[in-house]
Design a protein around this ligand. Sequence first.
Ligand SMILES: Cc1cc2nc3c(=O)[nH]c(=O)nc-3n(C[C@H](O)[C@H](O)[C@H](O)COP(=O)(O)OP(=O)(O)OC[C@H]3O[C@@H](n4cnc5c(N)ncnc54)[C@H](O)[C@@H]3O)c2cc1C
Length: 248
Amino acid sequence: MTDTDTTTPGNAARFRSDVTVELVKHSAADSDVLWAARVSTAGEQSLDELAKDPERSRGLINYLMRDRHGSPFEHNSMTFFVSAPIFVFREFMRHRVGWSYNEESGRYRELQPVFYVPGADRRLVQQGRPGKYEFVEGTAEQHELAAKAMEESYRQAYATYQEMLAAGIAREVARAVLPVGLFSSMYATCNARSLMHFLSLRTQHEQATVPSFPQREIEMVGERMEQLWAGLMPLTHAAYNANGRVAP
Ligand SMILES: Cc1cc2nc3c(=O)[nH]c(=O)nc-3n(C[C@H](O)[C@H](O)[C@H](O)COP(=O)(O)OP(=O)(O)OC[C@H]3O[C@@H](n4cnc5c(N)ncnc54)[C@H](O)[C@@H]3O)c2cc1C
């Protein structure tokens, strides 16, 4: 991850190649899945049974995942703070089911000049035809060109934005000149089931039985979310992988 500050007088642009994902609030554990599943057979007593037999718990979670009994995976909650380019948010907010979003406003506050520039490890060149292409490393010249062109363009756009604000033009109008490489921030709340569906589409993984081909930058967000979720619900995460990363 790179995080380069390049400040110029009067136009303090900041260029980032990484994303921020923090788990700010959660109520999520494997026991939530077990509790929800066992209520159907053990009724009100089911909470007492959870810790008694770990192997049985693992087996039950795996069975629910394998046979796609999805609703027991909904009784939990994770709220993430995400800071990423707007083009990532455009893709992210297509995920409608089991997700809640609140994003910073470009109407109520002045947007900060933080912009995305691909890092050295970002594959720059697309080869093949739509639906069947791959990304390969770019040359040093291509990386240099991308960084230079983007930074110049970002600086120009932000200077125009500030010029309009200084002239008294409303933030909600002036923001139209800003590019999708501008960083935004949001809170995103989901449960394990909706997160699994998101991860199945927005990450690539060797255990996935249905491969997806996400843009790298949203995948970076997904990978970090997955890491945080796996720490909270290790049995559920393991069952997800073992069953081909198909959301139940
Ligand atoms: C690699 C990739 C490329 C993409 N390219 C494009 C693109 O070029 N253009 C574009 O517009 N989008 C594109 N998308 C977005 C994609 O079409 C989906 O909008 C996005 O992945 C969210 O998936 P979803 O609808 O399954 O998720 P959610 O909205 O969270 O829905 C979850 C599930 O609920 C059910 N559901 C939700 N709403 C409905 C409904 N109205 N009717 C019936 N069932 C529903 C479906 O089973 C759905 O899978 C792309 C996504 C990926 C991963």
